[in-house]
Design a protein around this ligand. Structure first.
Ligand SMILES: Nc1ncnc2c1ncn2[C@@H]1O[C@H](COP(=O)(O)OP(=O)(O)O)[C@@H](O)[C@H]1O
Ligand SMILES: [Mg+2]
Length: 370
């Protein structure tokens, strides 16, 4: 079976790696010739707006999926004429626009932080008055890793904030004084079976995911059921097939949804070592029409991102309990170059491995800048 993937970054690369043992072959489509997945599977380069190129790409494919949620919806719809596209283009449409996404969440009973549509400086001002400070202004489209956002505190004029994000259509959100950030990876098969992995606890640095732990350090009792029910509502609302990630804020024993990703997600990379079936394998199983694999844990897992500087690969590889994954990308500030997976038999051992990895990274960045 051959599956086409729109986007050929590290997520695509890890999908391809998960596909080989199952006998699934992947082919990629991406505008960038040196995209990370191209090193290990065929990559066709072209524009997502070139429907003739997409038609060429579709030849011989059994299904098409995506690893990048900003693929133009029209590209996914065009491909849908020639080959099944999973998850369906509606999931892309919802995930690409924060306002549409929040309205959709509410329509299926999943509560986001309070929000207002902002299309002008006066909308921004009115939103601040209604939501109170602090609040956070986000572009509706195109934001990722904390880009296209500005936090408004007491001394900030709302109109300036709107200029700062480029004066484009936006949403203002109430700032959530969350206890933790949690995410849920879930998967739905073509026959409607739903499975969820346990909730993941996430820490961000400069708007970029830094560290994920699963299970979370402190109990998620009561929250897991809420999260699973939210995932089911979203998956069924979109008649979704594949892996879906939901990002949540935990506030006073309940979950507010932040955003969704209609694809495999950075906070699910630990599943490679830490779950019976990884997010990558289960996404492919769903798209290929195979039965889903178990989402049970193998231990106490974590994932640390390798961002920006060339990682000290040999030192990290020498560290017991650390699995190094590199994406074959050139170093650049803020760029995700790889990650490390950890799966320990106790929570204490997991913390010890995280600490060793962090200390190796600190030493290596000190030697780079010194
Ligand atoms: N309403 C909010 N209240 C508090 N923190 C927020 C809020 N929205 C975003 N953040 C912080 O900023 C991070 C990135 O925001 P997010 O909306 O997830 O954008 P991105 O698409 O860049 O991931 C979140 O993980 C969280 O740490
Ligand atoms: Mg996010």
């Amino acid at each position: 079976m051959i599956i086409g993937v729109l986007g050929a970054g590290q997520l695509g690369r890890m999908l391809a790696l998960a596909g080989y043992p199952l006998g699934l072959r992947l082919r990629f489509f991406d505008p960038t010739p040196d995209a990370a997945a191209g090193e290990i599977a065929p990559l066709m380069t072209g524009s997502y707006n070139d429907h003739a190129a997409l038609q060429e790409f579709a030849k011989g494919l059994d299904a098409v999926t995506y690893e990048f949620e900003n693929v133009p919806v029209e590209a996914a719809r065009a491909l849908g004429q020639w080959v099944p596209v999973l998850p369906g283009p509606r999931a892309l449409e919802v995930a690409q626009d924060r306002l549409v996404e929040k309205d959709f969440f509410r329509s299926v009973g999943v509560e986001p932080a309070p929000y207002r549509q902002v299309d002008s400086p006066s909308d921004a001002q009115a939103a601040v008055e209604e939501l109170g400070l602090p609040c956070i202004l986000k572009t509706r489209r195109g934001g990722y890793d904390g880009k296209g956002q500005v936090v408004l505190r007491a001394d900030f004029y709302a109109a300036d904030a709107w200029q700062e994000i480029g004066g484009v259509p936006a949403v203002m959100e109430g700032f959530v004084p969350f206890r933790r950030e949690l995410s849920l990876l879930s998967v739905r098969s073509a026959t409607g079976e739903v499975r969820c992995w346990p909730l993941v606890e996430n820490e961000h640095r400069d708007g970029i995911l830094h560290l994920s732990r699963c299970p979370a350090r402190e109990s998620t009792d009561g929250l897991q059921e809420q999260a699973n029910a939210h995932a089911r509502a979203v998956l069924e609302g979109l008649d979704y097939v594949g892996v879906l990630a939901l990002e949540f804020f935990e506030l006073e024993g309940r979950l507010l949804v932040n955003e969704m990703a209609p694809r495999v997600h950075n906070s699910g990379h630990w599943t490679i070592e830490g779950a019976q079936c990884s997010q990558f394998e289960n996404h492919l199983r769903a798209v290929a029409g195979l039965p889903l694999g178990s989402t049970e844990l193998r231990g106490y897992s974590a994932m640390l991102n390798l961002v920006g500087d060339t990682p000290p690969t040999a030192e990290l590889a020498a560290c017991e309990g650390l699995h190094v994954h590199l994406y074959g990308k050139e170093p650049r500030p803020g760029r995700k170059l790889g990650h490390m997976g950890i799966c320990s038999s106790t929570a204490a051992e997991r913390e010890a491995v995280i600490e060793r990895a962090e200390s190796l990274l600190r030493k290596s960045s000190a030697s780079v800048s010194g």
